[in-house]
Design a binder for this molecule. Structure first.
Ligand code: NAI
Length: 245
């Protein structure tokens, strides 16, 4: 890893206040990028990242966030879409309101941020978008109907955007993590009757016997965000400990 691999380049990381997004922000900063973190509580982000309060389900908020980044840094090269929310249950368990809310954040949120960023990305000589999908997009997992549908949509959106923007020089790829040890998963584990047994069962479901780490996901994101992957667009890279294999 080179400390100046992303020197002079500017990245937006949505959902960068927690979990995978925070690890991505840290990785890109360590490789020399200027990083703007878009999150619901972006103003409270500490450290070298530029925190911006953005709700990806609100177009005006997204537009204002991108404008703030351009005002501060004058350019934009990389967008990593990590903001996302979960949903449990079968199709019978999710209301129309649940569908609207989770689609709005997980799918339209990605499209909104990409659309707002696209004019600036077209100006970059090394533009890259990296979306976060999930093994849930390509593997049937119980109690994840709505969530899986949103991640399947992000997978398809990644391929479609890659095709649309290949001649603009904007590469679009995705990373598909397996169960990753983030505050999201830690909250899930904490909410069951026997958290220790739940964690052991979760580890046992992974072919590697353990959860994926946020840093492992961030490493794949950094590769897809960097010109080292200049010939890669429309790809979905699994970081799932062999779960989907
Ligand atoms: P997390 O809950 O730790 O972090 C998600 C971040 O997104 C939070 O900081 C939250 O405030 C932010 N966010 C939520 N709604 C937002 C909105 N409307 N506008 C702006 N920011 C918003 O979650 P984690 O685990 O780091 O997940 C990140 C991404 O990775 C998600 O897209 C998730 O679907 C995906 N993923 C996670 C896996 C896991 O096992 N943790 C596995 C596969 C995919």
């Amino acid at each position: 890893m080179s400390g100046d691999e992303f020197g002079g380049r500017v990245a937006i990381v949505t959902g960068g206040a927690s979990g995978i997004g925070a690890a991505v922000a840290e990785e890109l900063l360590a490789r020399g990028a200027d990083v703007a973190v878009f999150d619901l509580n972006g103003d409270s982000v500490e450290g070298p990242a530029f925190g911006v309060s953005v709700d990806v389900s609100d177009r005006r908020s997204v537009d204002a966030g991108v404008a703030a980044v351009l005002e501060r840094f004058g350019r934009l090269d990389v967008v990593v879409n990590c903001a996302g929310i979960g949903a449990f249950g079968t199709v019978e368990d999710s209301s129309d309101e649940d569908w609207a809310r989770v689609l709005d954040v997980n799918v339209q949120g990605v499209a909104r941020v990409c659309a707002a960023a696209m004019p600036a990305l077209r100006e970059s000589d090394a533009a890259a978008i990296v979306n976060l999908t999930s093994i849930a997009a390509t593997t049937g997992i119980q109690q994840r109907a709505l969530y899986s549908a949103t991640k399947g949509a992000v997978h398809a959106l990644t391929l479609a955007m890659a095709a649309d923007h290949v001649h603009d020089g904007v590469r679009v790829n995705a990373v598909s993590p397996g169960t990753t040890d983030t505050p999201w998963v830690q909250r899930m584990v904490a909410n069951v009757a026997d958290p220790e047994a739940e964690r052991a069962a979760m580890n046992a479901r992974q072919p590697t016997g353990r959860l994926v780490t946020p840093a492992e996901v961030a490493g794949a994101v950094a590769y897809l965000a960097s010109p080292r992957s200049a010939s890669t667009t429309g790809s979905v890279v699994a970081v799932d400990g062999g779960f989907g294999g």
